[in-house]
Design a protein. Structure first.
Length: 250
């Protein structure tokens, strides 16, 4: 991708799955990368393995904790010598009937997926504004922002809100040279999906709802992250890029 080499990239939720694949792709593009996730052991492993590809560091961070987010952004900004790109990927999901959702479960998903997204994006946008060099923020949403998949009321609500957060921030930050977009993947082969759903459910879903007849890969979503962050997308902001094998086209 044009214009990524040498950029400083912060990737949240990067100890596995899509986030780790995104960090790997940015390193392959010649970026410096700082990663975070909730647990120390996951970050230590990811930094160790990704280190063979280039300049990378990271720390554990609960993105729903404002103080932890402030410390994480300060560490990322120092390591990267300025954050040029944010790939805001941290999130959780699980299936349960809407009648069974407890307030604790509702709060946990909204705290991580939406509150965490806002805290990180706002904090990074403030740094980008202070530097006055523009930047690119890419938020992780989902096709669940557009359709009400059963069993995911709390997750769907968080992703629907993220799409409007991205679009509103794009409107407000555009005059500052900061682009804000959201990625909306469908069924992707990730540890999170495997934990949230049983294999039979995923198999039926893919067969009945995805024209390409398969789940997507983390590398395919990572490529979309790289595109939106790159100079190939300098006139794209406020957009929701769907990566779903044709799912929403049905």
């Amino acid at each position: 991708m044009r214009g990524l080499e040498g950029k400083g990239v912060l990737v949240t939720g990067a100890s596995r799955g899509i986030g780790e694949a995104a960090a790997r792709r940015f390193l392959e593009e010649g970026c410096r990368v700082f990663i975070c996730a909730r647990h120390d052991h996951g970050i230590e492993r990811a930094v160790r393995e990704l280190g063979a590809l280039g300049s990378v560091d990271g720390i554990a961070c609960d993105v729903s904790d404002p103080d932890a987010v402030t410390r994480m952004i300060e560490a990322a900004d120092a390591f990267l010598d300025g954050i040029d790109v944010l790939a805001a990927n941290a999130g959780v999901a699980w299936q349960e009937d809407v009648l069974d959702i407890t307030l604790e479960h509702w709060d946990e998903i909204l705290d991580i997926n939406l509150r965490g997204m806002f805290l990180v994006a706002q904090g990074v946008a403030r740094r980008m504004t202070a530097r006055a060099n523009g930047g690119s923020i890419v938020m992780m949403s989902s096709t669940n922002a557009f359709e009400g998949e059963a069993g995911y009321a709390h997750y769907n609500a968080s992703k629907g809100a993220i799409t409007m957060l991205a679009r509103t921030m794009a409107v407000e930050l555009g005059p500052r040279g900061i682009r804000v977009n959201a990625l909306c993947p469908g069924k992707i082969q990730t540890p999170l999906q495997a934990k949230a759903e049983d294999a039979a459910y995923t198999e039926r879903y893919v067969r009945d709802k995805i024209p390409l007849g398969r789940s997507g890969t983390v590398e395919e979503v990572a490529a979309a992250y790289a595109f939106l962050a790159s100079d190939e997308a300098t006139f794209i902001t406020g957009e929701l890029l769907v990566v779903d094998g044709g799912q929403l086209a049905m």
